[in-house]
Design a protein around this ligand. Structure first.
Ligand code: CP
Length: 308
């Protein structure tokens, strides 16, 4: 069984195949009739053990556009609250003749664990601070739309790198596509292992903005940390908050991204989020085409190293 568990073990060819397939699906979903019959006999369960707006709706829309049958499961309203295990939960759902499982889970490694313990295709929709592969794919796809080839492009990922699955998957994906990657944030929010990933580290936002073609601004993930520790929200915004005057003073074409949800006025002002520098809503739009491509390629069992 093939899975999409992360970007780490995908090849550059796999990523480019996903992009080429997503290019075609993007055309499809911009037509008056947005639906194709590709997954008509496939049933997909979307299992969300952690909150989500974009990823959950984007997967569901991608499945519907592909004509798959879908069932949605949210842990908070399920028998997980009565003590049912992850494996039991998923095996019960699979016994209802479900073909693929999309799962978001708060624990890093949960998607890998599930793939080793149940007989189904697993798509990781974000597992703790580990990976968020479809987010990285839609991010790189959106950068490619704006900048064409990502080879040699300079991308800075700003913010809470320590708690971010988006950062890790983006680093893997961008490096495989030939981009130079830097992370920027306070020392307390940058993991010690970062140097092993071949990325530069900066603690200076202004200098990083001067260096980069693209800045991907991350949210400080208060739900994964104790905010009594440095930096406080105010300190963070003073040192790493992105404002419109900072961008205007650069006098260059710089692209601003954010995976969402945004904390307006913390890591990015509303003026920046809603400006022409921002491709934030393009990212969300592209998420549907990317997820259609991933589901289609997995369901049609194209031979790829999707073990991720
Ligand atoms: N980008 C992202 O994963 O957003 P959600 O948590 O709303 O799915």
């Amino acid at each position: 069984v093939d899975h999409l568990l992360g970007i780490k073990n995908l090849s550059t060819e796999d990523i480019n195949l996903i992009f080429q397939t997503a290019d075609q699906f993007k055309e499809v979903i911009n037509r008056p009739i947005r639906k194709v019959p590709s997954l008509r006999d496939i049933t997909i369960a979307n299992l969300f053990f952690e909150n989500s707006t974009r990823t959950r709706l984007s997967f569901e829309l991608a499945e519907k556009r592909l004509s798959a049958d879908t069932v949605n499961f949210s842990a908070s309203s399920s028998s997980v609250s009565k003590g049912e295990t992850l494996i039991d939960t998923v095996n019960n759902i699979l016994s209802m003749k479900v073909d693929m499982v999309v799962m978001r889970h708060p624990n890093p490694g949960a998607a890998v664990f599930l793939s080793q313990n149940v007989d189904s295709t697993i798509v990781n929709a974000g597992d703790g601070a580990h990976e968020h592969p479809t987010q990285a794919l839609l991010d790189a796809f959106s950068m490619r739309e704006k900048h064409n080839d990502l080879k040699g492009k300079k991308v800075v990922i700003v913010g809470d790198i320590l708690h971010s699955r988006v950062a890790l998957s983006n680093i893997f994906c961008l490096q495989k596509l030939g981009a130079e990657v830097r992370v920027c944030g306070p020392t307390t929010l940058i993991p010690k292992y970062i140097h092993t990933l071949g990325v530069e580290v900066s603690h200076n936002l202004q200098e990083s903005l001067e260096w980069c073609d693209v800045a991907n601004m991350l949210r400080v993930q208060h739900e994964r940390q104790d905010i009594k520790y440095f930096p406080s929200v105010r300190e963070y915004t003073q040192q790493f908050g992105l404002t419109l005057p900072m961008l205007d003073s650069l006098k260059k074409d710089i692209t601003i991204m954010h995976p969402g949800p945004i904390n307006r006025g913390v890591e990015i002002t509303s003026e920046v989020a809603d400006s022409d520098y921002s491709i934030i809503l393009n990212q969300v739009e592209n998420g549907v085409a990317i997820r259609m491509a991933v589901l289609y390629l997995l369901a049609s069992k194209k031979k790829m190293n999707f073990k991720g």
